[in-house]
Design a protein around this ligand. Structure first.
Ligand code: EPU
Length: 416
């Protein structure tokens, strides 16, 4: 199993190019199931989760060709309408095939995802929405069996805001008969990116970017070309890394307009940010000020940035409070950060971080994707050596993170 060996304390300087967003690429790949035509996708990040999704979709009969980094998907020969447990248990986003399969083929068999390190993460809202559109759904032997001759448009109000739930229902609604209204829809930029692709495929969607999506169903979708939106979480992760280590880095191919709250918090922490249309320059010297926040749905503070900001807060000049409201168990990094000398206590859904003057390298273990990223940041800021075990979590969602960080002066290497 690969590990990362980091010798901390190096200032970061130079340029980093941001990749396409994992959480946009995954639903966008699934949209390939909605049409018999060809989708041409660029800026798809090279990640383990993307590879897993490609494998799942290929098994279903979707043809995927890689033309020098541009993917060509063709859904003409899709015939296997099943997402098996072996795939879904390794990647929950596999649930995103449910809506498209049901909408185009009238049938799908998708494994229930099961447990997850960061929370229970049920998919009841995906099911509730599809049932409201007329699907017959039964759960048997761990699988969701869904059937619908033709999905019918209706008004769906989800109990809570769900990102992949909105994406699944949105994709299903594009091919439903009549109009579907999705109330309480997630407004995450990745949902918007998917909606923009669907429109390019001939879908009729109003209210894109808002919490009310109105979809006029059409009888078929066609091929389209699309470039995946920049990864705001990767961007935010590198911003926190520079904030914690000090340095001067320009992030290229970034989107500054979808990171407002995180950028405000970094400025509050004393980080100097300069932004252009598709770049952010981050400069930091000395210790950051502590920043308190609570995670919420977009456009609020993203749960996917909570761990990275916490790593930065560990060595801030003062105390901060970090409240997690989206997932019930997303503080797994706390014990690992404490192993590096951080002083964090958990009180229910809030972590109270007492800033310390420095961290000291130690062996630590990654527990989930964003927890891994926080350990990388802490390791870069710590004195001495940090070895991070189980970095397959990191590889699921970051495109060559250690290569990008080495290029700006970090002492970080992958070891077997
Ligand atoms: N929820 C339900 N029932 C449902 C759906 C969601 O109770 O049917 C609950 C969840 O348990 C959670 C909350 O609603 O407490 C929000 O979950 P959501 O459905 O929005 O999360 P998701 O769609 O499973 C996506 C991202 C996550 C990100 C969350 C929140 C993808 C592939 N994943 O997950 O990304 O944390 O939205 O923004 O888009 C990551 O990249 O590290 C990651 C975990």
């Amino acid at each position: 199993m690969d590990k990362l060996l980091i010798t901390g304390g190096k200032r970061l300087a130079g340029d980093i190019t941001i990749s396409g967003a994992k959480n946009a690429a995954l639903p966008i790949l699934c949209a390939g199931l909605l049409t018999a035509d060809t989708l041409v996708l660029s800026n798809v990040p090279k990640l383990q989760d993307v590879a897993t999704m490609e494998k799942l979709l290929s098994q279903m009969g979707l043809s995927i060709k890689d033309n020098a980094g541009t993917l060509e998907l063709c859904g003409r020969d899709v015939s296997n309408l099943e997402a098996p447990y072996e795939m879904v248990k390794t990647m929950r986003a596999s649930i995103l095939v449910l809506g498209p399969l049901l909408a185009r083929f009238g049938e799908a068999k998708v494994s229930l995802p099961g447990g997850c390190a960061i929370g229970s993460r049920p998919v009841d809202q995906h099911i509730k929405g599809l049932q409201a559109m007329g699907a017959e759904i039964r759960i048997e032997a761990g699988y969701i069996h869904a059937r619908a001759k033709k999905l019918k448009g209706t008004r769906i109000v989800t109990d809570m805001i769900t990102v992949t739930g909105t994406e699944n229902l949105l994709m299903a609604a594009t091919l439903a008969e009549g109009d579907t209204v999705l109330e309480n829809a997630a407004r995450e930029p990745e949902v918007t990116d998917l909606a923009n692709l669907l429109v390019a495929m001939g879908a009729q969607i109003e209210g894109i970017g808002s919490d009310r999506l109105l979809v006029h169903g059409v009888s078929a979708l066609h091929g389209a070309s699309h470039s995946v939106i920049a990864d705001r979480i990767e961007t935010g992760t590198f911003l926190c890394a520079v904030a914690a280590t000090g340095g001067d880095v320009v992030l290229r191919h970034a989107r500054t307009d979808i990171l407002d709250v995180a950028l405000d918090k970094l400025r509050e922490a004393g980080v100097i940010l300069t932004t252009g249309e598709d770049w952010i320059r981050v400069q930091m010297a000395g210790r950051t000020k502590p920043v308190s926040f609570r995670t919420t749905e977009y456009p609020g503070f993203p749960t996917d940035m909570q761990a990275q900001f916490m790593a930065m807060n560990c060595i801030a000049e003062g105390n901060s409070r970090v409240t997690e409201t989206i997932f019930e168990n997303r503080f797994m990094h706390v014990q690992e950060l404490n192993r590096l000398g951080a002083a964090i206590e958990i009180d229910g859904h809030t972590a109270i971080v007492q800033g310390v003057s420095g961290l000291i390298g130690a062996p630590v273990m990654a527990t989930d994707l964003r927890a891994s990223a926080s350990l990388v940041i802490a390791g870069l800021a710590a004195s001495g050596q940090t070895v991070i075990d189980r970095i397959y979590h990191l590889d699921r969602g970051y495109d060559q993170m250690e290569v990008k960080l080495s290029a700006v002066g970090a002492d970080i290497q992958r070891i077997k």
